[in-house]
Write a protein that binds this ligand. Structure first.
Ligand SMILES: NC(=O)c1ccc[n+]([C@@H]2O[C@H](COP(=O)([O-])OP(=O)(O)OC[C@H]3O[C@@H](n4cnc5c(N)ncnc54)[C@H](OP(=O)(O)O)[C@@H]3O)[C@@H](O)[C@H]2O)c1
Length: 284
């Protein structure tokens, strides 16, 4: 049996979708059914369920608020992923959890590989980096997958924000000095599963093909929906935000692509499918 935590989030939703498509049994839990910060509750929950794989999709993702809510962020992004690794070890299940391109400080201008050393710029990314380290130390049958700028149908994300802004504004300014790549949560789930099947545990990068700035992403979304307003280039310094962001944090997914023998789709392809999905659900 497969256990998904944080199942109502973007990634959790798409894991469920894929398991349903493939007729694979799973148990989906979100905060109410299973709070991942309560290790005793997790231990109790997994009892007698014959869990062979734990997929942790739960996380604290409010990068700016984390600067204030330090304890909550560490609980969810560092200690809980480690505790889940511990429980997976106790029951002999495989384990996968997720981290972020934000563990890097943007000092490079070529894609970051798994060999690059994290240099977090914010509380969110410090907690994620700490979580990665502890998970990999705790349990050898763990996958830690770093990804970037996730968007999917089940939750709010930058694509949705841009679409919402476009409804009420004629002019939009979006930063062009934050560069990484948007990743569709469906692809993140699909290629994670292919990785899990290989049993080649460890640290991996998994993000879409290509490179984009926030401006490029917004432009593609706005052009795709036929927005008639004016999109302007802005700089990070135009907006005062609590958490620092790297100028460049594109992840190099080639280690994972080699292990699974497939390429991750290009980012615009993911956005095309996401927009189709929004149309099908009557959200566009
Ligand atoms: N989103 C991004 O841009 C991004 C970028 C890089 C990496 N990642 C990582 O990718 C993974 C998947 O992200 P995502 O975008 O799918 O996240 P998401 O949509 O924010 O989903 C996270 C889920 O975790 C749940 N949750 C919160 N606290 C919990 C708790 N104590 N116990 C159980 N569940 C809890 C949330 O429930 P509530 O909504 O009820 O709080 C939510 O359903 C995460 O590890 C994330 O950090 C995401």
């Amino acid at each position: 049996m497969i256990l998904i935590t944080g199942a109502n989030g973007q990634l959790g939703y798409d894991f469920q979708r894929i398991f349903k498509e493939k007729n694979i049994d799973f148990i989906a839990t979100d905060y109410k059914e299973l709070d991942i910060t309560d290790i005793d509750a997790v231990r109790e929950f997994v009892k007698h369920k014959n869990i062979a794989l734990i997929i942790n999709c739960a996380a604290y993702n409010n990068v700016d608020k984390a600067e204030e809510e330090v304890e909550m962020c560490y609980k969810l992004n560092a200690y809980a992923p480690r505790d889940l690794a511990l429980v997976a070890k106790e029951i002999g299940a495989d384990y996968i959890t997720y981290s972020t391109d934000f563990v890097f400080d943007g000092g490079k201008d070529t894609p970051y590989t798994e060999e690059d050393i994290p240099k977090p710029l914010s509380i969110y990314s410090e907690a994620k980096a700490e979580g990665e380290r502890m998970v990999l130390e705790t349990y050898a049958r763990s996958f830690v997958v770093r990804t970037s700028w996730v968007f999917g149908i089940a939750n709010n994300n930058f694509n949705r924000q841009v679409i919402n802004w476009s409804k009420s504004r004629d002019v939009l300014g979006i930063v062009d000095d934050q560069v990484s790549v948007p990743t569709y949560s469906y692809d993140l789930a699909l290629y994670s599963l292919k990785l899990i099947e290989t049993k080649r545990y460890g640290l991996y990068h998994l993000s879409s093909g290509g490179v984009a700035s926030k401006y490029d992403q917004a432009k593609y979304v706005l052009d795709s929906i036929g927005w008639k307003g004016t999109l302007k280039r802005a700089k990070s310094s135009d907006f005062i935000l609590p958490a620092k962001r790297a100028k460049y944090s594109k992840l190099d997914s080639s280690k994972l692509e080699e292990v699974i023998g497939e390429k991750i789709p290009f980012w615009k392809n993911g956005i095309d499918r996401f927009l189709e999905e929004m149309k099908e659900k009557g959200e566009l």
